[in-house]
Design a protein around this ligand. Structure first.
Ligand SMILES: [Mn+2]
Length: 241
């Protein structure tokens, strides 16, 4: 890695954060913007309208936050699980377009929970519509905490490198999801698993920084892994524009 110019170090990167559509309102839990500020970034909330390419050009990194469920038609399945709560398709369409623009520019992307699932689906992957119905999971992923193991990636382990982790480090994380990745999208690699083999984190190979996590680091503010996730994301976003 080359020497970062002092002027670039001092610049606080602008992190675009997509938001949810709630009737006439747009909304975001403040934990996401708080976590970006704490890590040294400037959060900029992006409405799900306008030209995705124009936003992508102006932001240094993109954070796709949590939400309800991705409409299964995006991964060519019908709605099999009737309790599903679907994210507004205007939001999903906008996030897929903005993600694609960011990937073209090779700028950093962080996806959390729904955000990680959205990245996977945008790149051609699919989801389990409901974990309890489709997998013999031993853990209740809808609530409480469980262990994850960060895999030692083959070759250049971007995730471990960025997060300054040791091989096969274990962490306790909060879990608040009922869906999970079934098949991986193009270029994505599963890099963390729960003990019952649910994919808990993904990264993109041969890409500067693209990370998706299934848990909620923005709500675990005192946790070392959470801090490393936001620090490394904001750091990777410096000087890309
Ligand atoms: Mn989980």
């Amino acid at each position: 890695m080359g020497q970062i110019k002092q002027s670039a170090v001092n610049r606080n990167p602008i992190i675009g954060i997509t938001v949810d559509i709630d009737g006439e309102y747009l909304r975001l839990r403040h934990h996401y913007s708080d976590a970006i500020i704490k890590a040294g970034g400037i959060p900029a909330l992006i409405p799900p309208s306008g030209n995705p390419a124009s936003y992508a050009e102006r932001i240094d990194g993109l954070l796709i936050p949590g939400g309800d469920d991705v409409d299964p038609s995006y991964y060519n399945e019908g709605m099999e699980y009737e309790m599903m709560k679907i994210v507004n398709r205007d939001r999903t369409d906008f996030e897929i377009s903005t993600l694609n623009e960011m990937v073209k520019l090779r700028r950093p992307v962080l996806g959390i929970c729904y955000g990680m699932q959205l990245i996977n689906v945008a790149l051609g992957g699919s989801l389990y519509q409901d974990l309890d119905s489709y997998l013999p999971v031993a853990i209740n992923h809808r609530k409480d905490y469980h262990i994850i193991v960060i895999e030692d990636c083959v070759g250049e382990s971007q995730l471990r490198h960025y997060l300054r982790l040791k091989p096969l480090e274990r962490f306790s994380v909060n879990s608040s999801h009922h869906q999970a990745i079934k098949t991986l999208g193009r270029g994505l690699k599963a890099v963390a698993f729960s003990p019952d083999n649910v994919i808990e984190a993904i990264c993109m190979e041969d890409y500067p920084f693209l990370l998706g996590v299934q848990w909620h680091p923005e709500r675990l503010v005192d946790n070392r892994l959470s801090q490393e996730i936001f620090r490394s994301f904001v750091e990777a976003s410096i000087g890309n524009r």
